[in-house]
Design a protein around this ligand. Structure first.
Ligand code: NDP
Length: 249
């Protein structure tokens, strides 16, 4: 039996890993042998629980409280990760917020937060990470299928923030290609999390729009991310890749 773990001796930083898709990514990268640092803002209990769960399984995981809307805190979290683990191979920009509703009802504070977390946080984390990242490293942005298809009203600002990651991913792939660092944008369709529960208000309408007729699971997105950051995906870069149950079919 081949038991070699694909991410043995790799160090990953997951921005926003306390809950949902981010937590599933932390668990999956750990199961592939990586040491992982993740950030959180509002969920210290969930973050602590995840660290304890991973430690009980003998894994090397740390949680750092850092608001992705605060550039200095975010950069410092990456520097702390490098100091703690000695290097950085993988960055996953997962933290995100979902402003939702008629445009005229969305507040300036909600707009600023969405721009700060969904866009600026991705730029800042990438900027700091590439100062430390090993050649051959990996950057994953967690975008959204709503960058391509937004078949219900209320998500204009969210879709705009996620669409911006398509261009950033292409540009950064060009910048980092010479170092063998790949940059990709994973675009999930509806996935059952606190942000978009499968039993929530919008769920029955969204489910009807999907070829598979069901929400995705956070671990399905995590498994796709694990492939993209692994050694077999070294020729994929600058791509925006859907994992959406046929939402855009
Ligand atoms: P959740 O709301 O369930 O979890 C969000 C995670 O991001 C939490 O760990 C949260 O940490 C963290 N986070 C949010 N804001 C900040 C911040 N300012 N600073 C640090 N961490 C922060 O969301 P999902 O898991 O559903 O979403 C994860 C990503 O996937 C997002 O980028 C989202 O846009 C994207 N996505 C989700 C889809 C879905 O249907 N669920 C579909 C397509 C894309 P804490 O609680 O500690 O603040």
């Amino acid at each position: 039996m081949n038991t070699t773990k694909s991410l043995k001796e790799k160090v990953a930083f997951v921005q926003g890993g306390s809950r949902g898709i981010g937590a599933a990514i932390v668990k999956r990268l750990v199961s592939e042998g990586a040491a992982v640092a993740f950030t959180y803002r509002s969920s210290p209990d969930e973050a602590q629980k995840l660290v304890e769960q991973m430690a009980a399984a003998g894994s090397n995981v740390i949680a750092i409280r850092a608001d992705s809307a605060d550039p200095e805190a975010l950069s410092q979290a990456i520097r702390q990760t490098v100091e703690h683990f000695g290097k950085l191979d993988i960055l996953v920009n997962n933290a995100g917020v979902l402003p939702w509703g008629p445009l005229e009802d969305i507040t300036l504070a909600e707009i600023d937060l969405a721009l700060a977390v969904n866009i600026r946080g991705v730029i800042i984390a990438s900027q700091e990470a590439v100062r430390h990242m090993s050649d051959g490293g990996r950057i994953i942005n967690i975008g959204s299928i709503n960058a391509d298809r937004i078949p219900v009203a209320g998500g204009a600002v969210y879709a705009m923030t996620k669409a911006s990651l398509v261009g950033f991913t292409k540009g950064l792939a060009r910048d980092l290609g010479p170092r063998g660092i790949t940059v990709n944008n994973v675009q999930p369709g509806p996935v059952d999390t606190d942000m978009n529960p499968a039993n929530g208000e919008a769920a029955s309408q969204l489910t009807q729009l999907m070829a598979l007729g069901r929400y995705g699971k956070d671990e399905e997105v995590a498994s796709f991310v694990a492939y993209l950051v692994g050694p077999e995906a070294g020729f994929i870069t600058g791509a925006s890749l859907s994992i959406d149950g046929g939402f855009s079919a």
